[in-house]
Design a protein around this ligand. Sequence first.
Ligand code: C2O
Ligand code: CU
Length: 473
Amino acid sequence: MPSPRPFSRRGLLRGAVAVAGVSLLPPAARADTPRELTLRAAPATAQLLPASNRATAVWAYDGQTPGPVLRFRQGERARIVFHNDLPQPTTVHWHGLRVPNAMDGVPGISQTPVPPGGRFVYEFDLEDAGSYWYHPHFRSAEQQDRGLHGALIVEEHSPIAVDRDLVWLLDDWRLDEQGTIVEDFGNRHDASHAGRLGNTATINGRAIERFAVRGNERVRLRLVNAANAWINALRFTGHSPVIIALDGQPVTPHRPAGDVVVVGPAQRVDVVVDMLAAPGSRHAVEDVHYPGREYTLVELEYASHPLREAPPDAPLALAPNPLPEPDPDSAERLMLDFAGGAMSRFQGGLLDGEQLDARAMVRRGRFWTVNGVAAGETHGEPLLRLVRGRSYRLHLHNDTAFPHPVHLHGQHFRVLSREGVAEPRRPWRDTVLLAAREHAEVLLVAHNPGHWLLHCHIPEHMDSGMSTVVEIA
Ligand code: C2O
Ligand code: CU
C-alpha cells in the first residue's frame, strides 16, 4: 500500500474555480432549443502537484482534469456533442441525471462505445436542479482514474443566496515518485479488496495547501467525490458545515453527525459553510475516514479583512425537485445481497450462466456477486424486473468485509433505514454507501423506463462482478 499523501503541497487556490452565486449563464435557452456544447476526451497533461513537480500525463475532457464544470439551468435541454480523441473507445455517463435510457452511456445496454475518432450526441432535459457529474462508463477503472470526470451543475430556478457557489471535485491519485500515474488499473488486489486507493488527494485537479476565504462570507461548496474508491469524511475544524443537498437532491438543512461530511465515491454533498472565524486565521479541513490515515486536505485561510461586518442569515432550504414520490405502503420488498471479496467466505456463484465455485470464479477474475450472480463481460438477463409506476422497497445487504457505494442509474431512491434504524430525513440518493456488513433499505418508484445498471461504483468491484441490471417496463 503506498504511503498516504507523500507530496509537499504549496499551491494556493484563490478564486480560480470560484463561480459567483448569481448565474454566469447567458439567458435560459428556449425550451425548444437545447443549450449546445461540445466535449472532447483526449490525452493531456495536468499540473496535479505543486509547480516544483512534473506535470502528469492524464486523460482529460477539453484538455483539463477535472473536465469543465458544465452548467445548465433547471428546465433546459442539454445537447452535448461528444468527440472521442482517446486511444480507446469510451462513453459518457451523466451520473445522477434522470436521462432517457438511450442517453445513459452504458456500453452493451444503452449504447455502443464511441470509437477513437468517433463522436456521439447526447441530448436530454434537465428536470432536476443540483450537483451531478459525468464520467466514462467503459473501462472505468482506467478511464475515470486517468482523469476523465467533471461536474455538471443544474442551477435552481431560485438559488439560495451565497457569496460563492463552488465545486470541489475531490479525487485521489496513485502516483509514483515522478508524479506519473501508476498503471496497475484493475489489478487483482484492488479488485478483491477496497478498490484503487491512491496516495495523492486533489481538489479540482490540484494538490493545494490553502484555500482563501473571507470573514462572514457564505460559501456553497458542491463536494463531488470522483475517486474510484477513496471515501472522504471531511471535518472543517472550527466551522459548522450545513448539508443542504445529497446527490443533487435537496434535503432539510442540517449539521451532519459529529460535524463530519461523508462523501462516498460518486456521491455529492452540497454544504453551506459560513466563514465565521477571525481574520488572518487558518483552519484545517481534515479527511478522517480511515483510522491512522487522517490527513489535512487543505486549510481555510482567512483574509485580513472580513467580507462584511455581520454573519449571513438568509434561509438555506432549497426547493425540492419534481421526483415522483414512492408509496411505502404498496411497495413490494426485494432483496439484494452483495457478497464476495477478500476476508469473506466467498461461495462463488453464477457467471455467464455457469455455476462456479469460489476458485473457478477467481480464476475468471470475478470476486463479487449480487444475489449470487457475478456480472460477466456482458450483462445477461435483468436481475430485477420492475413495473413502471410501482413502488419498491429494496433491502440491500452488504455481506462483505468492505464498503460499497451502490449506485442505481436512471432514478433516485429514498434511504429509509440502516441496520433497521430509521434514517433521519429519508434523503433521496442515487448512490448509497453501505458500510461493511451493513443492511439498508431504500424506497423508490420505478418511473424511468429501460434497462438500468445497479452496481458498486468502485470500478474495480464493478468490473469483477458487482454489477447487475434492473429492468423498468
Ligand atoms: Cu457514476 Cu454507473 O455510474
Ligand atoms: Cu464495491
